[in-house]
Design a protein around this ligand. Structure first.
Ligand SMILES: NC(=O)c1ccc[n+]([C@@H]2O[C@H](COP(=O)([O-])OP(=O)(O)OC[C@H]3O[C@@H](n4cnc5c(N)ncnc54)[C@H](O)[C@@H]3O)[C@@H](O)[C@H]2O)c1
Ligand SMILES: O=c1ccn([C@@H]2O[C@H](COP(=O)(O)OP(=O)(O)O[C@H]3O[C@H](CO)[C@@H](O)[C@H](O)[C@H]3O)[C@@H](O)[C@H]2O)c(=O)[nH]1
Length: 480
């Protein structure tokens, strides 16, 4: 029986291994982590992450061929294939701070593998890493190998949160990079055999190591670039009277461009896009390619611009001040169908409003008060370290209350902001909300989910990203 161990029971390690266990009943899968609460949660009825469909898969396999454990060394020692899916945050100190990937957790995992291994192993990079990381890992493993042979593969993960299970069950592609030696090819084949249990052969791509590592960074950069492109257009739409939804539809009808990933928004968030582009920028700079670095940096600059623009629109339309005004925040997660708040645009928007002394009442169906308070007090990039190594938030933000209902959040509010596209926000009783708000009542839709005409009919002053402006907003500059 093939034994797989995955180091890191997070958003990637947990769902990915659960699907491998589901699709490969003859493979034994152990997911290990240094975080005790995380492993306890994986072994309970309340899984540590919210992901549609995940519960059912875990319930079907857990205790049969899927195990969650803190006994990292035992499971690594027993495994034939070791996936490493640990955090690769942006460095906050020293060389490359603010851009380069921090490989501390990866390196410590590699050293531990070298320490405890007694048999040959295939070590798989599942985390997103800089190009050439496999070379560094190879060096750590071979210099400490005690005669054991290691093959390093790069098998980046392309799942998106909120649709992780569907993405894993029918991926657009699985990418496996390895050495072009006979042993390297054998290792690629071994991993291919696992995926081939459910992924059609023509969707399993094999490349050299560096192409696989770089393809992951490139894919995220391309995706994020689409969003920054449509968001840049949204500013121009507001200035000209064009409607960004109509523009993206027309543009996306070109089969060379395609319709997906063209929704204008308050900005992209999530643990990957910004981190991976910063990493790409750093690699370009280190390779003497400043123009290429500058090109990709713009994707992040437009994203920051979009978040600032949203806050400025809001404050400018409310008579240039939100001091002591109650603003309801609907949605805090970085996208719908997840409780994940890593790099969510809601953090920047809330901080911007708090900077202007607003009082915030926040509702998100999947994010706890504790998480929101931590996010609003944590330093940038601190969120991407294992939970138990994150600094405790020393204070809570007093101007913030967190409630469990959209109607409660909006009661007596001067304005409401939609920052996550949760389906339930589309079907709220906006007449009831309007009746219970201060007047004039404002809606700022950062996800373009409300029916603008209907809300204006009710009496709201509505701002929706990239849509023709409300008469109220027309003479106000986009960035005050
Ligand atoms: N979240 C996503 O959607 C996504 C998708 C594709 C790729 N990725 C990449 O996958 C990697 C993991 O991301 P994630 O979202 O799952 O992160 P995560 O923070 O949810 O999970 C990482 C886990 O690794 C554990 N860990 C860290 N060091 C360890 C060690 N030495 N031994 C054992 N456990 C250790 C942490 O405790 C944590 O539980 C990152 O490189 C990320 O860029 C993430
Ligand atoms: O048209 C769009 C699409 C997305 N977003 C935003 O972009 C962010 C990222 O969304 P998405 O890519 O769907 O979620 P992630 O879970 O961050 O997934 C991305 O990052 C993962 C981690 O590397 C990759 O594996 C995935 O392929 C890649 O889509 C979110 O804030 C979305 O709201 C938009 O604003 N407009």
């Amino acid at each position: 029986m093939v034994k797989i161990c995955c180091i890191g029971a997070g958003y990637v390690g947990g769902p990915t291994m659960a699907v491998i266990a589901l699709k490969c009943p003859s493979v034994q899968v152990a997911v290990v982590d240094i975080s005790v609460p995380r492993i306890n949660a994986w072994n309970s009825d309340q899984l540590p992450i919210y992901e549609p469909g995940l519960d059912a898969v875990v319930k079907q396999c857990r205790g049969k061929n899927l195990f969650f454990s803190t006994d990292v060394e035992k499971h690594v020692a027993e495994a034939d294939i070791v996936f490493v899916s640990v955090n690769t945050p942006t460095k906050t100190r020293g060389l490359g701070a603010g851009k380069a990937a921090d490989l501390t957790y990866w390196e410590s995992a590699a050293r531990m593998i070298a320490d405890v291994s007694k048999s040959d192993k295939i070590v798989v990079e599942k985390s997103t890493v800089p190009v050439k990381t496999a070379e560094a890992i190879e060096k750590i493993l071979t210099h400490n190998s005690k005669g054991i042979k290691y093959q390093i593969l790069s098998n980046p993960e392309f799942l998106a949160e909120g649709t992780a299970i569907d993405d894993l069950l029918s991926p657009d592609r699985v990418l496996i990079g390895g050495r072009e030696t006979p042993d390297g090819q054998k290792a690629i084949q071994a991993l291919k055999n696992v995926y081939a249990q459910w992924v059609p052969e023509d969707r399993i791509l094999t490349t050299n190591l560096w192409s696989a590592e770089l393809s992951k960074l490139a894919a995220n950069a391309f995706l994020a670039q689409r969003i920054s492109s449509v968001n840049a257009m949204s500013a121009l739409c507001e200035a000209t009277g064009a409607d960004v939804t109509q523009v993206s539809y027309a543009v996306g009808k070109d089969s060379r461009i395609g319709p997906k990933f063209l929704n204008a928004s308050v900005g992209f968030g999530g643990s990957c896009f910004q981190k991976d582009i910063l990493n790409l920028v750093y690699i370009c700079e280190c390779n003497g390619l400043p123009e290429v670095a500058e090109y990709w940096k713009q994707v992040i600059k437009i994203n920051d611009y979009q978040k600032n623009r949203f806050v400025n629109r809001l404050v400018a339309s409310m008579f240039n001040t939100v001091s002591n005004k109650k603003i309801a925040i609907l949605g805090f997660a970085f996208k719908k169908d997840t409780g994940d708040t890593r790099e969510t645009p809601a953090i920047d928007v809330c901080k911007g409003l708090l900077g202007d002394k607003a009082r915030l009442s926040i509702y998100d169906p999947q994010v706890t008060e504790d998480q929101i308070q931590r996010d609003l007090t944590m330093k940038q990039f601190d969120w991407d370290h294992p939970l138990h190594l994150q600094p405790m938030s020393p204070t809570t933000v007093k101007q913030v209350t967190v409630v469990w209902d959209a109607y409660e959040a909006t009661k007596d509010a001067h304005g409401l902001c939609i920052l996550t596209e949760w389906d339930e926000f589309k079907t709220l009783d906006y007449k009831r909300i309007y009746d219970n708000m201060q007047k004039p009542a404002f809606v700022f839709d950062g996800r373009n989910i409300v029916n603008v005409d209907e809300l204006r009919e009710i009496g709201f002053i509505v701002y929706s990203i990239g849509k023709p402006l409300d008469a109220w907003l027309k003479d106000m500059p986009a960035v005050a």
